[in-house]
Design a protein around this ligand. Structure first.
Ligand code: IPM
Ligand code: MG
Length: 354
């Protein structure tokens, strides 16, 4: 019996996570996997109930589980809190750090039925199939932060720090992932300006010697942002530091039709965390409008990565594809002539096909 800790969190997290849990409950037994589910508190919801965004109990439960399924955290109700106490920082970043999840895998795949859903031209996005490997526990988001009073007013400081071992481990992961795909790694940095990027690039170049079958290319992050929308098919595995990866994956999500389609897996520690790449979307929360597919596809990643059930994961992806082919859409991927459905209906349609 394996334990999945379920952390719906805030906003649409409360609606999308139950749909993915129901998918897991249907698929796992078919592949001989017995799962038990336990629910925990995180984010603003946890602040409201316990006073803390990441209660000790939740972290403990995470450590005792085999995998974690998370929705999203944050919302206007907690935006007034100082940065250090906000759910995004004190819950999500703290959880990633606390569990040692230094690698965030974000596959960006366009389901053919959604070629028209993107705001980008169909002929540009068609055939997109790339993965962003984002460093997740270093860089600007975790560096020292402070404010000072100076003569001119206030001064704010965010430190961008990377060490060689931190860069090496994420790059190795990207090289190994590329070996299972088309064998190309694009390492993204800003080495023309940043010292941390220069260390990143030197390290990538040095490690590449250990992977003779992989083609390594370096790209500046500003160019990468442009290339992603100009010709996304040139990419296979993109590896980059924390903030660049955060920004580029939101952008890349439009290649898959909507950010509501982008799953993710955070790995590198004893237990992995699976969550959609999008946020808590307070504007549509509680209205049965959210797209549960990114979370459902994150559950598929869980079956594949944590439980080594590739076929089970594939069956979920196929079900998602069939639902899209049949013309069902949530609002974010809606197009003329399609049938618009709510969060719960979308989940049910996927399960019907499993
Ligand atoms: C993401 C999110 C988070 C991040 C926020 C909510 C802290 O944007 O998972 O991409 O920046 O990592
Ligand atoms: Mg983000």
């Amino acid at each position: 019996m394996a334990k999945v800790l379920v952390l719906p969190g805030d906003g649409i997290g409360q609606e999308i996570v139950p749909e993915a849990v129901k998918v897991l409950k249907k698929v796992a037994p078919k592949y001989g996997l017995e799962l038990e589910f336990e629910e925990g508190l995180i984010g603003g919801t946890a602040i409201d109930e316990t006073g803390k965004p990441l209660p000790e109990e939740t972290l403990e439960a995470c450590r005792e589980s085999d995998a974690i399924l998370l929705g999203a955290v944050g919302g206007p109700k907690w935006d007034h809190l100082p940065a250090k106490e906000r759910p995004e920082v004190a819950a999500l970043l703290a959880l990633r750090k606390g569990l040692g999840l230094y690698a965030n895998i974000r596959p960006c795949l366009l389901y053919p039925a959604l070629a028209d859903a993107s705001t980008l031209k169909k002929e540009v996005v068609a055939g997109t199939d790339l993965v962003v490997v984002r460093e997740l526990t270093g860089g600007l988001y975790f560096g020292e932060k402070r404010r000072e009073q100076v003569e001119e007013g206030e001064k704010a400081v965010d430190m961008l720090v990377y060490t060689t071992p931190e860069i090496e481990r994420i790059l190795r992961l990207a090289f190994e992932l590329a070996a299972k795909r088309s064998g190309k790694v694009t390492s993204v940095d800003k080495a023309n300006v940043l010292e941390s990027s220069r260390l990143w690039r030197e390290t990538a170049t040095r490690l590449a010697a250990d992977y003779p079958d992989i083609t390594l290319e370096h790209m500046y992050v500003d160019n990468c942002a442009m290339q992603l929308v100009r010709d996304p098919k040139q990419f296979d595995v993109i590896v980059t530091e924390n903030m660049f990866g955060d920004i580029l994956t939101d952008q890349a999500s439009m290649l898959s039709g909507s950010i509501g389609m982008l799953p993710s897996a955070s790995i590198g520690g004893a237990v992995a965390l699976y969550e959609p790449a999008h946020g808590s979307a307070p504007d549509i929360a509680g209205k049965n409008l959210a797209n549960p597919l990114a979370t459902i596809l994150s559950a598929a990643m869980m079956l594949e990565i944590t439980f080594d059930l590739e076929e089970a994961a594939q069956s979920i992806r196929k079900a998602v594809e069939e639902v899209l082919e049949a013309g069902y859409r949530t609002g974010d991927i809606m197009m003329p002539g399609a049938k618009q459905v709510g969060t719960d209906e979308m989940g049910a349609l996927v399960r019907e096909r499993l």
